[in-house]
Write a protein that binds this ligand. Structure first.
Ligand SMILES: [Zn+2]
Length: 559
């Protein structure tokens, strides 16, 4: 642990951190703190890292330079190389809600960010910002399954983003914190006041945002094959290292776009585990850490940039420090660690063209949507409180069908006319309706499967437009995600710890498989039907046999 990391992680951790000599650039794998390959007891602590916008290919691309937590997980864990967020609308809120619910967005009903955690009835504590709660999240999640067995179980969920901290956990009223207006906070849904340790951490964290702080690459320039100065990165401004935190009050807001945000999030999570007493009992308790800097840096600079390369190297080192420190606070032989992502990312069209896809470009159907709105207003008059077209986002067209039909509008013909215009664009791969999706074989048709997995059954979804790979919705020069393509859906999935068989697994798996698999390790059954399957191939003998027996029992019950 670097002195700064220890300082931030609090006085209680200083003593345990003193033994760790892990420099930011040095060898971070401490042989005494390796994750255990096998074990026999139920874990006392399950730690889940969700890296925002982490593509699966980063692990391979940067593998030779990983020395910290990512390296350790790759070496000691069960590494699934073909894991997918198997739904459309690949955004943070739906992706986060999938990880530990084991269910796709059609079931959690968290299918897009704009209908995620916003809740005016749950104001933030001690800071201005949008109120937030998990009220839209449907059903249960891994922590609920654990708590049903052990009411004393505890959870901590931490992120820079409200939707990540909240939705990765589900609806449980546990210790859930996110970063808003320069500090960690929570909402009234969870608590009436901030604990003293959170206030004290916030006071110490101010130093991390020192105005003028400079982001230089971790390794010598020769370690990065990516060109540094690329004109289309970051909106054409500040495209090359060093990047500098602005002066004065600006620093508070700019801080979240720098790698250090992840370091601060990890330091906060480490202190939270200690202060909330997680992992002390028979367990398991749950610690969820969603790391957002990769998303901010990925959007601005893209997946092919030197900046994202450096961000992943830093994340790797900090994850190593976190695991080292946690391994001194709690018994690492009783700790299960999982790592995945909420979604991947598609490079900007300029970036994709520079990397050989000359057809890549931005697509907008704004004028077609305006024409659709005009046509509906002519036929049906003014809509009531909302709009006949509720939204057209990431290819999903949602309309007020009931209201339109009540005014005698033939919705199908209007939608078909819109679809015909959209289909003319060479950027469009295909246009679907609920009916066309239902007719497809979802075992082989990934577009149909991902849209069906995304859409809540009662959502008045009229059209689903899927773009070709490397096409980008709605202008803008940054990298973007949200489509059902592999670039946006393919993510890392690694499990490590007692009961898990290390190795590389090439089968196609889903992020929804994580929750039922962790449930087996925790010795609890899901409280409802889940979409994921138990990744039995990655469990050691006893766990795998137990999982098979439970699966047989539940299959018998269903018959
Ligand atoms: Zn994003």
């Amino acid at each position: 642990m670097t002195p700064a990391f220890a300082r931030l992680a609090g006085a209680a951790l200083l003593a345990v951190a003193a033994g760790a000599a892990v420099g930011a650039g040095g060898p971070a794998t401490d042989p005494g703190q390796r994750l255990p390959a096998q074990g026999r007891s139920t874990p006392s602590l399950i730690v889940v890292f969700i890296v925002d916008q982490m593509r699966a290919d980063y692990l391979e691309r940067f593998r030779s330079q990983l020395t910290g937590g990512l390296r350790r997980l790759l070496q000691d864990g069960a590494v699934f190389t073909e894991a997918y967020q198997d739904h459309a609308m690949t955004m943070t809120a739906p992706g986060q809600a999938t990880v530990l619910s084991g269910r796709n967005p059609y079931s959690t009903e968290i299918f897009r960010n704009a209908e995620g955690v916003q809740d005016g009835r749950a104001p933030l504590l001690e800071v201005r910002g949008p109120g937030a709660s998990p009220r839209r999240f449907r059903g249960t999640s891994l922590f609920d399954w654990i708590a049903a067995r052990d009411p004393a179980a505890r959870a901590l969920s931490v992120s820079r983003k409200d939707r990540s901290a909240i939705l990765s956990l589900g609806r449980a009223r546990q210790a859930v914190y996110w970063y808003q207006g320069g500090q960690f906070t929570t909402s009234r849904y969870y608590a009436d006041s901030l604990p003293a340790w959170v206030r004290s951490f916030n006071a110490r964290a101010v130093r991390a945002r020192a105005p003028g702080r400079v982001w230089n690459p971790l390794l010598p320039a020769s370690a990065y094959p990516e060109p540094d100065s690329v004109t289309f990165e970051n909106g054409g401004r500040d495209v090359a290292f060093p990047h500098r935190l602005p002066d004065g009050g600006e620093a508070v807001h700019a801080f979240v776009r720098f790698p250090w945000m992840d370091w601060l999030t990890l330091a906060f999570a480490l202190e939270g585990v200690e202060r909330q007493g997680l992992g002390r009992g028979p367990g398991p308790d749950l610690a969820l850490v969603s790391l957002a800097a990769t998303d901010d840096i990925g959007h601005a600079f893209g997946p092919n940039s030197r900046e994202i390369h450096d961000q992943i190297l830093r994340l790797d080192r900090w994850l190593g420090m976190f695991l080292d420190s946690l391994g001194r606070l709690r018994d690492p032989r009783r700790m299960v660690v999982a790592l995945t992502a909420d979604h991947g990312v598609t490079p900007s069209p300029e970036d994709a063209r520079a990397h050989g896809d000359r057809a890549a470009r931005s697509v907008s159907f704004a004028s077609e949507v305006r024409a659709l709105r005009r046509a509906l207003a002519e036929r049906a008059g003014r809509a009531g409180p909302g709009d006949w077209v509720r939204y057209f986002e990431m290819g999903l067209l949602v309309m007020d069908r009931v209201g339109l039909e009540a005014r005698g509008v033939n919705v199908d013909s209007v939608v078909e006319a819109f679809a015909a215009r959209v289909r003319r664009s060479p950027a469009v791969l295909r246009v679907d309706t609920r009916r066309s999706l239902a007719a497809r074989d979802t075992a082989v048709d990934w577009v149909a499967r991902r849209w069906l997995n995304a859409l809540p059954p009662l959502l008045p979804a009229e059209l689903m437009v899927t773009l070709r790979p490397n096409m980008r919705w709605d202008g803008g020069g940054d990298a973007k995600h949200g489509q059902p393509t592999d670039a946006d859906a393919h993510v890392p999935l690694i499990l490590a710890g007692p009961g898990i068989r290390r190795g590389t697994y090439g089968a196609r798996v889903s992020v929804a498989d994580i929750a039922p698999t962790l449930a087996v390790l925790a010795g609890v059954p899901p409280l409802e039907r889940v979409d994921g399957r138990v990744l039995r191939e990655a469990l050691t003998g006893r766990e795998a046999v137990g999982a098979a027996a439970r699966a047989r029992r539940s299959a018998t019950r269903e018959r």
